[in-house]
Design a protein around this ligand. Sequence first.
Ligand code: FMN
Length: 386
Amino acid sequence: MLRYLTAGESHGPALTAIVEGFPSGIVIDAEFINRELERRQGGYGRGKRQTLETDRIIVESGTYHGVTTGGPITIRLINNDAKLERLQEPASPRGGHIDLAGSINYQTGIRQVLERASARETALRVAVGALARVLLREVGIEVFGYVRELGGIEAPPLSFEIEVRDASPVYTLNPEVDPRIVAAIDAAKGAGDTLGGIVEAVVTGCPIGLGSHAQWDRKLDARLALAVMSIQAIKAVELGLGIEAARRPGSKVMDPIVHKATDPDDRRFGFRRPTNNAGGIEGGTSNGEPIVVRAAKKPISTLASRGPSVNMVTKEPQLAAYERSDVCAVPAASVIVENVVAFEIAAAVVEKYVGTSLSAIKTAMAAMHELNRNHLKNEYRTDKSS
Ligand SMILES: Cc1cc2nc3c(=O)[nH]c(=O)nc-3n(C[C@H](O)[C@H](O)[C@H](O)COP(=O)(O)O)c2cc1C
């Protein structure tokens, strides 16, 4: 079972993740992981914190000469802005944050809970997700994330080129609308406000059969939804058509199935969907089409204009506490969703192919492919068809 835990506070000395169940035999691509961390720190609209931090992974266990051993992998990120013990208790809780409910839930001050709830933790999620992508790359699975909408401005992709996304200040695939989005972020900042948006992650190369229909907690769509919904400020998760499916008749939602003879290595055994409204998962199981996960990120609740709140001592009205904050973190959210999705796909791969090592996974994948080819041949023979 591939899983991870994170630890650390936003302004504590460091953030730590322990990744358990990661297969042996994978060369840790620190350059790639650090590049993903850098992308998470970027995007137009971020606050000053990102100029203070330089996120670079330190791998403290689970490798030997840079190659994974199968033992738990410890990943550490140092916080340059470590000042937890010097920070004061906010006088008034911020709406949209853990501040009030967490202080009551854990019988602490606000500081203790907000430091842990902070999205600084998402740096670790990106690090472990990017680590998982190194494994996925080895088995031909790629994940790609981008921004689809920001501040209500739609940015439908004009192409799916990584260079286009990486050249965009807001990580869209539509350079034509970028200037409008940047202007909207500037306007929000000027008004002491913030902006949210919609991001999408697309997984290609998945074999048929990740996840399962047989039990609720083994369904791949359910696992993806849990993982993505757990990201700070994500308020909705969709697969494929998502909410839009509810508005259409069945004939405009169901993906037709066609078959074309292909080479024996084809992971879809020749089966194709001209449309992909299901977003690559049917009955909790990957169907070989691209897996498309969309997530809605709310605008940041810490407002420079400060929302109404109360003083925790007097209970008198007092504006919500303001601490240095992002105006827009939607581009960063696209990087986080991309890598969080990658981790769940890698976990499904490790589970299905009983992967203690990379070579075990590759062997099991090839064997399963042959098994399924033979199954299709034997189960559906012409002499058996009715
Ligand atoms: C990449 C990223 C950056 C964020 N930056 C901030 C921030 O600077 N200030 C803030 O108040 N909230 C920020 N948030 C959102 C909060 O972490 C989140 O809203 C809060 O922890 C409450 O959790 P909830 O919105 O999931 O209920 C950010 C979220 C993400 C994903």
